[in-house]
Write a protein that binds this ligand. Structure first.
Ligand SMILES: [Zn+2]
Length: 94
């Protein structure tokens, strides 16, 4: 891992305020190191630049293909399926 990637990781983490950019969970609440995710996958030509990167907790990173967000039928805006403020993990993922 290059020094510049370490620096990019720092930047992305700071920009996200150490919160998962999908579920807004703070890194300190998860007790795990969050992942730096490529918004456009590298396989699809996405770059390692900070503007193509997002901070994601392991749950969101691994669950992205399981539709972490779905389009809201009324606004067509992507909305999280899981609300960490009001839902309990155990209930939501039962
Ligand atoms: Zn998350």
């Amino acid at each position: 891992m290059s020094a510049s990637w370490v620096e990019t990781t720092r930047q992305v983490t700071a920009r996200a305020g150490s919160r998962c950019e999908y579920c807004r969970m703070h890194q300190s609440l998860q007790g795990a190191t969050f992942h730096i995710e490529h918004i456009t996958p590298r396989a699809a030509g996405g770059s390692d630049a900070a503007d193509n990167l997002a901070l994601a907790c392991p749950s969101c990173n691994l669950g992205k293909s399981d539709r972490v967000r779905v389009p809201d039928p009324s606004t067509a805006e992507a909305v999280p399926l899981f609300n960490p403020r009001t839902d309990l993990w155990a209930d939501h993922f039962a």
